[in-house]
Design a binder for this molecule. Structure first.
Ligand code: HEC
Length: 244
């Protein structure tokens, strides 16, 4: 508890003389307190609006809560975060700010000491990711081998077949945002020129036929591949990974 005291004292110190405003408390889950995101956002909001917010621990009495539920406000490395509140107009204002362009830019300008960042773009593609681990991982392995295995080393069984310059699936699994990359692989080079996802991608431009036998799959297939990937152990390269 002690680590909250500093925040409380400091906030009270900043209150305007009138002191009529009731405290507006934001309960912050451990993960967002440790990363420093909450501490980063609150004063930036207060500066713009002169609404003061006190951060409290999870489960403590509060007017608003950052949680895995509520209205989605940003996406962290492992999950999506939302804001719940009791209808207090200042809490509504905080929510509006988080979802405004300024708020989104503020969220995205933050980097934790360990490199963790948060995305404020909660697009439909990202919603798909969340359900995608329900896919059939056994089918996902077969699909990975048949569709992706002609370039990527998927696992031991096609170790000799991948193309040297192409990252293996275990290496790709090492990225903290591997799920986002896989869910959007059809948008990431070199795939757009040869990939067709049923009902997702536009047909190939007839004047630019795919240079190789196209990779054709359904959203269901991609979810199966994501389900398989979620169980793959990342390659340990001992250093942060970088693609060109
Ligand atoms: C014709 C070869 C080829 C096929 C087939 C292929 N890929 Fe790739 N893929 C590549 C290459 C080359 C790269 C590395 C691109 C780079 O380094 O910028 C890559 C990179 C990736 C990345 C990382 C992209 C990024 O920028 O973060 C993902 C994810 C990926 N592939 C998924 C897949 C999946 C899933 C399939 C099968 C459904 C697949 N690929 C099929 C060649 C291929």
């Amino acid at each position: 508890m002690r680590r909250w005291i500093g925040a409380v004292v400091c906030t009270v110190g900043l209150l305007p003389g009138a002191l009529t405003a009731e405290e507006l408390r934001l309960s912050v889950p451990e993960a967002l307190e440790v990363s420093g995101l909450a501490q980063y956002l609150v004063p930036r909001f207060s500066l713009k609006t002169s609404v003061r917010i006190t951060r409290v621990g999870p489960g403590e009495a509060s007017e608003m809560q950052l949680t895995s539920g509520g209205t989605a406000v940003f996406q962290g490395p492992a999950q999506r975060w939302g804001l719940e509140h009791n209808g207090d107009p200042r809490a509504v204002r905080f929510l509006d700010w988080l979802r405004s362009d300024v708020g989104k830019r503020t969220i995205e300008s933050f980097t934790a000491q360990d490199g963790t960042t948060y995305s404020a773009e909660l697009t439909a593609a990202k919603v798909e990711i969340e359900v995608s681990f329900d896919g059939d991982s056994v089918r996902g392995e077969k699909l990975s081998l048949s569709l992706c295995g002609r370039c990527h080393v998927i696992n031991e069984s096609n170790r000799m077949n991948g193309m040297g310059s192409t990252p293996s699936f275990r290496v790709l699994r090492g990225f903290s945002d591997w799920d986002r990359r896989f869910a959007n692989f059809h948008l990431l080079n070199p795939h757009p020129s040869f990939t067709q996802i049923d009902g997702v991608t536009d047909p190939f431009d007839p004047s630019l036929p795919p240079p190789i036998v196209p990779v054709e799959l359904t959203v269901d297939d991609l979810e199966a591949i994501l389900a398989y990937m979620s169980g793959v152990s990342p390659a340990d390269l001992g250093a942060p990974l970088q693609l060109q």
